[in-house]
Design a protein around this ligand. Sequence first.
Ligand code: GRF
Length: 203
Amino acid sequence: MTKPVLGVLASGRGSNLQSIIDAIEKGQINASIGVVITDKPEAKALERAAAAGILAVCVDRKKCASKEEFEEKLVETLRKHDVSLVILAGFMRILSPYFVRAFKDCIMNIHPSLLPAFGGAHAHRDVLAYGVKVSGCTIHFVDEGMDSGPIILQDTVPVLPDDTEDVLAARVLEKEHVLYPKAIELYTKGKLSVSGRHVTIQE
Ligand code: GRF
């Protein structure tokens, strides 16, 4: 496999982006980041990319007349920088089938729960409200549904009696920062194969 070019999409603080940058720098992931794209000009991910010397672009959703125009600009920017694997890292937009088809089987997402439980935008709140004893994070390929694509890796954390959303989120985030680079490493080594819902990892 030729060295993959990643395109990372983020909306906020970008700590997962940082874990991927760090993993590339230390040689764990044999890939480059062609472009980081945010949907908001204030996203801290832009600063993190710039600090690492990575091209960072804001495709401001508010300046696009429609979702279609926004996604066309995303696709155009990713293609312009020869991106072969799209990494959603805290990108808080639901992407349409148009986008998913444009990068078929080449989009990964991280979700802060053990999917298929607690999908959606408020995973930690929903986990605490439900009273489950274990939560975690999931890395999955993106299909045309929400949080529904084939699962690559998962890891767990305990949910403790006094947890608040923030405390639980921080515990899960530590796992995220290990798991996302691991999944990308496996992809770049050609060790992932997908058949229907099932992702097989070659050892
Ligand atoms: C992470 O918890 C991720 O799982 C979720 O959004 C958060 C993004 O955090 N999708 P960061 O921007 O990577 O710090």
